[in-house]
Design a protein around this ligand. Sequence first.
Ligand SMILES: Nc1ncnc2c1ncn2[C@@H]1O[C@H](COP(=O)(O)OP(=O)(O)O)[C@@H](O)[C@H]1O
Ligand SMILES: CC(=O)OP(=O)(O)O
Ligand SMILES: [Mg+2]
Length: 397
Amino acid sequence: MQEAILVLNAGSSSIKFAIYALGEGDSLTLRVAGQAQGIPERPGIVMYSGDGEKLQTMQLPRGADHEHALSMLTDFASLYVEDLEFIACGHRVVHGGTDYAEPVLIDHEVYRRLERLIPLAPLHQPHNLRAVKAFEQLYPTTPQIACFDTAFHRTQPAVAQAFALPHKYTEQGVLRYGFHGLSYEYIAQALHGYDKLAATGRVVVAHLGNGASMCAISRGQSIATSMGFTALDGLPMGQRCGNIDPGVVLYLMQNEGMSVEEVEELLYRRSGLLGMSGISSDMRELLDKEDDPRACRALDVYTYRAQREIGSLVAALRGMDALVFTAGVGENAPAIREWICQDLTWLGVYLDHEANDAGEARISTEDSPVSVWVIPTDEELMIARHTLKLVRQLPRR
Ligand SMILES: Nc1ncnc2c1ncn2[C@@H]1O[C@H](COP(=O)(O)OP(=O)(O)O)[C@@H](O)[C@H]1O
Ligand SMILES: CC(=O)OP(=O)(O)O
Ligand SMILES: [Mg+2]
């Protein structure tokens, strides 16, 4: 039997998994990967071999949830792992709170602490923790490692993490945590293979998926990011509103008589692209209906807010050497990249339209002062690396 690591990454609209076989010197070779995406609006499963060949695709019924998708994925995956022995399972866990700034072995106490953070990440933490339970049932003695979306941002200066609230709340952990940290950590490392100068300089990374955020990275470290205490802040997303005046929340409760649960439902699940357009949270559907004024309105706000966020992060960085697009929308939607970049010439961003349309890695012109890149993120690989490192430090059982 060959040793292997299983990675589970539950996002708000997707569950991604990857199985890495361990080779000589603990090298990681991707054996099989897959994802259930478009949950719950247009859920489907895709499975790939380690060299990227599509093995299987399948549509799930509209409304299928994360549990349904996870059980289908594990059924499929079991076909490919007969010669492998899992030495660990690595999980993306979205919120690590003040307790966890590094990956950690999940035991009963850790699980309990992570459960307490569910209200701070209602679209993610419950799915992340359910995946832990599901794996435990299949492999009760195999170590499970939590890798946090918040961890990469703990290098930020205090001013970037603080809210302008009485200090006692900051001490209680009411901070700007930031998310998508595994993705940013991967991009910060991968950038060395694309643009060595920028990798040690000032970079804005736009992680535009169903959840969307941006991060200012200076010399490989996060110094500011658009998401805050929860993954609700910052850019407008698929269903989430992003940054709004907190006075709106007071208004909804005081004047519209909405309960806490109703406000949570509105801000997390009925706002963003879905709320603004009334059509869909899925960027593909909005781009298909680009002529519909409702889709157009949502796309305009999405683009405008992305441009404003870039301006803010460039101020934190005192300049920008490179801009990187990643995640579902960032990697696959040239029109969105074009609309965001078209008004950024004042910052030195000059897009090469042909390269952008062709989906090349570098999408800025040769003489653009800021280099612009499309780099596919790989949260799963980042999780596998962290998991392997930690599991090798555990006493041998
Ligand atoms: N070809 C495409 N064009 C535009 N948007 C796309 C394309 N492929 C995927 N997307 C968008 O990417 C988003 C999902 O991104 P992803 O990073 O996988 O999600 P999650 O936040 O759940 O991890 C969806 O909104 C989907 O519409
Ligand atoms: C934190 C977050 O929003 O994650 P995702 O984009 O995977 O939903
Ligand atoms: Mg994601």
